[in-house]
Design a protein around this ligand. Structure first.
Ligand SMILES: NC(=O)c1ccc[n+]([C@@H]2O[C@H](COP(=O)([O-])OP(=O)(O)OC[C@H]3O[C@@H](n4cnc5c(N)ncnc54)[C@H](OP(=O)(O)O)[C@@H]3O)[C@@H](O)[C@H]2O)c1
Length: 319
């Protein structure tokens, strides 16, 4: 395979372009700050989730999100919308270098060579010559091949086809094994995380190794919610946007409950990926940089935790 675009070259191009485009963008929008990942990439600290958004709807939703200031878009092979997401990204006036596209490989590509094939397929569907962050979607420990897949991702990083590599739904034991066997930690681990699932143990593991935590189901409202609630017997009607503690903080800070929850993620240095197709909610969800939560507010929200037992168990579930 030929070498991909060199990351350093595209970064300096990005800086030159950012100088030209940033003032206008900043006047019109909230553009999230970025964080530096373990292997050097810059990643926006909030992004748009795209599951379950249909492929046909994705171009318009993604283009709209970028217009509103989103710079990180999260998709996956399994969502069936990589083509639509790619179209939305390419339709935007924002230079490619200022955008950050994440996709994820499925279990059938858990293997060193298979990962190179998964990258070719994903970059073809997205119609992008590099991917910012490529994740192993689920560890599937029963198949026992995630370390081989990790070696395949390391090769993509070395060849410059991806700017960052990571995992999703990995438990501390899975992460420790990757590091023991390859010496390289993920840039990111994307896990189910919200005030009902604060995931203290996995966040501590990430902190030890310099891994950035990304949260799926950040509002605790996604489609997986029903399944997790059914598995654990939690009350299915639980909606943290209606929690009295969250409502009190929202009233006091003049923000919405969703903004309070998303700010809670940022206070914990977690990158949330809220999903919505509604432009009003998109704008609401990214407008979280003009206030902060103190330690007492963070503790009030974190007290909604039900423990890891309420999370989808990635030793049993995955694809
Ligand atoms: N790595 C993984 O295994 C994995 C698994 C699941 C999801 N994900 C990723 O994480 C993303 C987010 O997860 P999720 O969709 O499960 O959960 P979520 O973002 O917590 O919840 C999405 C739900 O919240 C609603 N919503 C969004 N903003 C709102 C607001 N401001 N006020 C009230 N309701 C609001 C949305 O409704 P509307 O759309 O109707 O506005 C949607 O029903 C996914 O899209 C996907 O990209 C990853």
């Amino acid at each position: 395979m030929e070498k991909g675009p060199r990351v350093l070259a595209s970064r300096s191009r990005a800086r030159r372009r950012a100088k030209r485009s940033s003032p206008a963008i900043q006047n019109a929008l909230t553009v999230p700050a970025t964080t530096t990942l373990l292997h050097g990439a810059q990643m926006p600290i909030i992004g748009l989730g795209t599951w379950p958004i249909a492929d046909a709807e994705a171009p318009q939703v993604v283009a709209q999100a970028i217009e509103l200031g989103y710079r990180l878009i999260d998709t996956a092979y399994a969502y069936g919308n990589e083509e639509g997401v790619g179209r939305g990204v390419r339709a935007s006036d924002v230079p490619r270098e200022e955008l950050f596209v994440t996709t994820k490989l499925n279990g059938e590509w858990h293997g060193y060579a298979a990962v190179q094939e998964a990258f070719r397929l994903a970059s073809q569907k997205l119609d992008l010559d590099y991917i910012d962050l490529f994740l192993i979607h689920w560890p599937l420990p029963g198949r026992g091949r995630y370390v081989d897949a990790w070696r395949g991702l390391i090769k993509l990083l070395e060849d410059g086809f991806v700017r960052a590599i990571g995992t999703s739904n990995f438990k501390p034991s899975h992460i420790e094994r990757l590091i023991e066997e390859t010496g390289l930690a993920p840039d990111v681990n994307q896990v189910q995380l919200n005030p009902m699932l604060t995931r203290a143990e996995i966040r501590a593991c990430h902190a030890r190794h310099g891994i950035r935590t990304q949260s799926w189901s950040p509002l605790g409202l996604g489609v997986q919610r029903e399944r997790a609630h059914t598995d654990t017997g939690l009350a299915a009607e639980r909606n943290i946007l209606k929690d009295p503690g969250v409502l009190e903080i929202a009233q006091r800070t003049g923000k919405t409950p969703a903004q309070v929850i998303l700010r809670w993620h940022l206070e914990l240095e977690v990158t949330p990926l809220p999903k919505t197709t509604d432009p009003k909610r998109m704008a609401e969800n990214i407008d979280v940089f003009d206030f902060s939560l103190d330690l007492a507010d963070v503790a009030t929200i974190s007290a909604l935790d039900h423990g890891d037992v309420a999370a989808v168990d990635s030793d049993r579930v995955g694809h």
